[in-house]
Design a protein around this ligand. Structure first.
Ligand SMILES: [Zn+2]
Length: 237
């Protein structure tokens, strides 16, 4: 096992910290608490444990940083999560809105040998089915669908929040990573993307905040909102 000492709980925290960093959000206890919907004292205690075990350091300004060991652990758990998701959709044929929770369970119990076999089985796939790069650092810059103006050409990059109920909603809307189309409507009620093959894909403006796209013309880059872009167990609270 690669994770000879990290516990399942530690791996969950390392994964969340990695997601924050990847999305350009501050690695702070407050953001972790918001993302995991846990109390500040609970998070504080666990960050302290990660620090004692040598995975993170904490600066005077409370900013959390990975140690080399912590970065390696975090990248490993995130890579396995995304690889398992891709394996479940592409090899086992499970719908992409049903694989996140399964991957959460399997990612902690995976040997390097099994990881290599799975990697071979998914062929040249480079992302999880929600658009996140399997190998750290390969993330394309995107803008929130919520910022795109009517008439713009759009390509869906990824879903930033993998809460399963949100994925069910997105699946029902017809949106998926790789989909191309034109922004047709954008108001307080809904954001509508007309796909290149004529389908009408509508989501609420708050869900459109969690969908990263490339657009032409493109709105200016914007940092994500912590409560909308990270792995909440339940979306919309
Ligand atoms: Zn995913």
């Amino acid at each position: 096992m690669t994770s000879e000492s990290a516990t399942v709980a530690e791996e969950e925290y390392l994964q969340i910290l990695f997601w924050l960093q990847e999305a350009g959000l501050g690695m702070t206890g407050a953001n972790v608490a918001r993302a995991m919907q846990l109390s500040a004292p609970t998070v504080h205690e666990m960050i302290g444990r990660l620090e004692r075990d040598g995975y993170v350091t904490r600066g005077e300004d409370k900013a959390i940083a990975f140690t080399a060991q912590g970065a390696e652990q975090a990248e490993g758990i995130v890579r396995r999560h995304r690889l398992i998701e891709r394996f479940l959709t592409d090899v086992l044929g499970i719908p992409w809105d049903e694989v996140h929770e399964e991957a959460e369970r399997l990612e902690h119990a995976m040997s390097p040998v099994l990881e290599q076999r799975m990697l071979a089985a998914v062929g040249d796939a480079k992302t999880c089915p929600h658009g996140h790069p399997i190998v750290a650092g390969a993330r394309l810059a995107g803008v929130p669908l919520a910022d795109v103006q009517v008439g713009a050409r759009v390509r869906v990059l990824r879903f930033e929040n993998e809460a399963e109920d949100l994925l069910h909603y997105l699946k029902g809307s017809g949106l998926e990573p790789g989909l191309e189309g034109t922004l047709e409507r954008h108001d307080d009620e809904e954001v509508v993307l007309r796909s290149a093959d004529g389908r009408r894909c509508a989501v609420t403006p708050s869900v459109a905040e969690t969908v990263s796209v490339m657009a032409d013309p493109s709105p200016p880059p914007r940092t994500a909102l912590p409560e909308q872009l990270v792995l909440g167990r339940r979306y919309g609270r």
